[in-house]
Design a protein around this ligand. Structure first.
Ligand code: HEM
Ligand SMILES: [Cu+2]
Length: 631
């Protein structure tokens, strides 16, 4: 690279000295670091901790559902008074556990832990930037999330228990502190925590967007950006447009709870006594909630799909099929996700005509979703597939995405949804398409980028065991839920023993619970592998997967500023795998993005040769101008 470029880069962001690690002290390097890579790891470790808590809660309520008659005295050391005298799980605790499980998984694990980790880690590295647009804001974003975490965690230890109105916190349960015990201080803490969480997420998103727009390295046009970056970018836009609505909704809820307003309340009796509220509507809250709630499911899923695109293309050794269609479908999904929210409210008493409109819009989403699924499969088709653990998790994601998407089409039809709403069918649907699929995307991301994050390789043998256990586990847990859902099993019920009709399913419920216990416990294989490899793993080669994107052009453990010298220049799109004749040119089966186009390279297309010719003409012109400025 010419020295001219070098000089420009140096004035650019940091002075040369900054590019090496370990200049500050422990606090600035690891705690309040501005470095996007450190912040990404902070998000990842926090996400893993939250996943342990959120997963643990699900085991608790699954034990209750699977074995409703069992004596749970042995849980007393953990749950204390939440186990009643007779050895049963307290009903309030059951609802709180379900609520906190949902909240933690959706927001703290899959939004912060997945999107936060990989947006932070990959955006600067894959677009060739030294860091995020604002390191300070990025640091602040993580610490606001940490604050939100501490508050949410604290709510688990209050005497009346954490929030228990479901992760959707519908009023009146959430609006009347006296409604149930989880409507008290636990609900207040939930709301305060979410306020900080949303602030954190907005700061993060603003940073992602401005970094992608402003800090792409020379040659990294939007049309050459990896699909990972596209997905993070679009996700950030969705977040900025939808999170503020939940923010406002939560604020009005706080007013209703604490200042006597009635935005969401009207004509409410508690124990025969008429409360003083009038004029509001709980349905208003549902609208506001789902205006975030539906886009939120894509905030969780799109980054996972982005990671998958990258992993599948790399490990199929094939260009991603339909690059532009992938971007188009993500944009389409993003747009449509804003106008389908009321499919969560078909039974709220809305005018059936309005319901039909929302049904129509909802079903259109199946089209771009199918385009994506089709493109993944076509990329895999006749690929020279390398089954790394990351690749298996990506293929697993595609499988789960399709299985769960199909039931979305069923639920999108209002006539069917009215039967299935609030049954286990819905739980099955979203756990496959969002819960499990996004989790698989996160795992694919960790296995694939671990070498870049920590400079070490993970153990792939353990990775395979982890994958098969999780993949079979996910289907064993969530597939049977479709059946009990169609049979009418409602969600959020503490026990079904009083319903004769449901006793037929007692065995199936126990099966689901056992499968869940095995699957969740099996995740410790991953956790062991993660921490063991971080310290004891083999040193990673520079480009372990033979990948084209820019992050693999950094040193094994990139320091602050990512590239020690000049930033790389981009000449190609990120999917030049197995180009015809690439081996004749001396490349194996891939040509990284920073390899210049050339007139003579056999693997270049005609178009690329023309571009290369143009490039060299321009260069010649420049040289001649230096000699004679009047040309
Ligand atoms: C990217 C994929 C998707 C994700 C992540 C996702 C996620 C979710 C979640 C989390 C819920 C449950 C919310 C709750 O009540 O707690 C849900 C319900 C629903 N989903 Fe999906 N979904 C996806 C795709 C689809 C598709 C493609 C459709 C329709 C074509 C669809 C239609 C529905 C409907 C109608 C409900 C409401 C069911 C009810 O509560 O009665 N979903 N989805
Ligand atoms: Cu939805």
């Amino acid at each position: 690279m010419s020295s001219v470029v070098l000089d420009v880069e140096h004035n650019d962001v940091h002075s040369h000295d900054d590019h090496h690690e370990h200049h500050g002290n422990f606090w600035t390097n690891y705690v309040f670091s501005y470095d996007h890579k450190v912040i990404a790891k902070q998000y990842l470790i926090s996400g893993i901790l939250w996943a342990i808590i959120g997963g643990g809660l699900s085991l608790l309520f699954r034990i209750q559902l699977g074995f409703p008659e069992a004596n749970l005295e042995w849980l007393r050391p953990l749950l204390g008074d939440w186990i009643t005298e007779s050895g049963k799980m307290d009903t309030t605790f059951y609802l709180a556990a379900v609520t906190m499980h949902g909240t933690i998984m959706v927001f703290f694990v899959l939004t912060a832990g997945l999107s936060g980790t990989f947006s932070n880690f990959l955006i600067p590295l894959q677009i060739g930037a030294r860091d995020m647009a604002s390191g300070f804001m990025n640091m602040l974003s993580y610490w606001l999330f940490a604050l939100a975490s501490v508050i949410m965690l604290a709510s688990l230890f209050t005497s009346t228990g954490p929030a228990s109105g479901g992760w959707v916190i519908y009023p009146p349960l959430s609006a009347l502190p006296q409604a149930v015990s989880g409507s008290g201080i636990g609900m207040t803490l939930w709301l305060v925590s979410m306020v900080f969480f949303i602030a954190s997420s907005l700061l993060g998103s603003i940073n992602y967007i401005s970094t992608v727009i402003n800090l792409r390295t020379a040659g990294m046009s939007f049309a050459k950006m990896p699909l990972t970056i596209w997905s993070f970018f679009i996700t950030a836009v969705i977040g900025i447009l939808s999170f503020p609505v939940l923010f406002a909704a939560a604020l009005l809820l706080v007013f209703d709870r604490s200042f006597g307003t009635s935005f969401y309340l009207s004509d409410i009796y508690i124990q025969g006594e008429l409360l003083e509220h009038s004029g509001g509507s709980p349905i208003l809250f549902q609208h506001l909630f789902w205006f975030l709630g539906h886009p939120e499911v894509y905030i969780v899923l799109l980054p996972a799909l982005g990671l998958t695109s990258e992993v599948i293309s790399t490990n199929s050794r094939k260009p991603i099929f339909g690059y532009r269609a992938m971007i188009g479908s993500m944009l389409g999904i993003a747009f449509l996700s804003f106008i389908v929210w009321a499919h969560h409210m078909f039974v709220s008493g809305m005018n059936p005509f309005l319901g039909t409109i929302f049904m129509f819009l909802t079903l259109i989403i199946a089209v771009p979703s199918a385009v994506k699924a089709f493109n993944y499969i076509t990329t895999l088709f006749r690929g020279n597939i390398v089954f790394t653990p990351a690749m298996l998790f990506s293929i697993g994601l595609v499988s789960l995405f399709i299985s769960g998407g199909v039931t979305g089409i069923i639920l999108g039809n209002s006539a069917l949804d009215i039967q299935l709403h609030d049954t286990y069918f819905v739980v099955a649907h979203f756990h496959l398409v969002m819960g499990s699929a996004a989790f698989f995307g996160m795992m694919a991301g960790v296995y694939h980028w671990f070498p870049k994050m920590f400079g070490k390789m993970m153990n792939s043998g353990l990775g395979y065991v982890h994958f098969w256990l999780t993949f079979l586990g996910a289907y064993m847990v969530f597939f049977p839920m479709h059946y009990i859902g169609i049979a009418g099993f409602p969600r959020r019920y503490y026990s079904f023993t009083n319903f004769d009709a449901f006793s037929t399913f007692a065995d199936l419920n126990a099966f689901i619970s056992i499968a869940a216990i095995v699957t969740v416990t099996g995740q410790f294989i991953f956790i062991f592998n993660f921490f063991w490899s971080m310290f004891r793993g083999k040193n990673a080669p520079l480009n372990p997967w033979g990948s084209n994107t820019l992050e693999w052009t950094t040193p094994r453990k990139p320091g602050h500023g990512n590239w020690p010298g000049a930033l790389p220049i981009v000449y190609r799109w990120p999917y030049d795998y197995s180009k015809p004749d690439a081996d004749k040119d001396g490349f194996g089966d891939f040509i990284p993005q920073d390899v210049p186009l050339s007139k003579t390279m056999e693997s270049n297309t005609d178009e690329e040769r023309v571009l290369a010719q143009l490039d060299s003409d321009l260069q010649k012109l420049g040289e001649e101008r230096e000699k004679n400025p009047f040309i």
